[in-house]
Design a protein around this ligand. Sequence first.
Ligand code: FMN
Length: 224
Amino acid sequence: MDLLQAMRARHSVRAYEDKPVPPAVRAALEEEIAACNARFGLRMRLVTEEPNAFGSFLVHYGKFKGVRNYLALVGDDAADVNERAGYCGERVVLLAQALGLNSCWVALTFSKRAVRRALGLNKGEKLVCVIALGYGKTQGVPRRSKPAEKVMRAENPPAWFLAGVEAALLAPTAVNQQKFLFTLVGERGVRAECTGGFYGKVDLGIVRCHFELGAGAENFDWVR
Ligand SMILES: Cc1cc2nc3c(=O)[nH]c(=O)nc-3n(C[C@H](O)[C@H](O)[C@H](O)COP(=O)(O)O)c2cc1C
């Protein structure tokens, strides 16, 4: 499965089998995580066989069941850290899907304290959110999506632009809010904006990742 197929196959999954991530899959994920950390100045960490972030004797967080593996999105306190975390986290999500794993982005329904403790984070390190990973009990289900015209502005858009928007609409966003806008600027410029919402800047990074894969990075330039 390539990353474009992974985008179509991916849906949020919140209940997982008790099946460990094989070493070869783990190694492939670690390689992508290290490359993203180096390129985007993050400190994302893959945590395996750690049940405390999603459950304890006292609390079961949200609808999550059997989560023992997660990617912690950790960075500095710079203004654009959420967007970088969104972009890089989604690259790992799509690779995980292509390697047969399922996932779910999680901003709220986990124990931040347990994750900070498991990672030994210090005060200056920001934990943006986590992504649950593992073999799902199901493959998840497709959900409703906004129509393309609600998330784009372009006159006579070229095919690559429409393919990018279509890919962005497959992306996970917090509470499925899809609060983003892609604008065609000139012949090959694209401006991506967050139009508000909860965790909107993380969503913006995620949808940029999808747009790039759908449109083909060689076909356009990002415009700020
Ligand atoms: C930044 C972000 C934060 C999220 N936080 C949570 C969460 O705290 N709890 C949860 O159950 N789902 C969470 N989700 C998952 C979304 O609800 C889900 O991605 C969205 O409904 C779209 O569904 P899909 O992922 O199946 O396409 C989050 C997603 C994103 C992108």
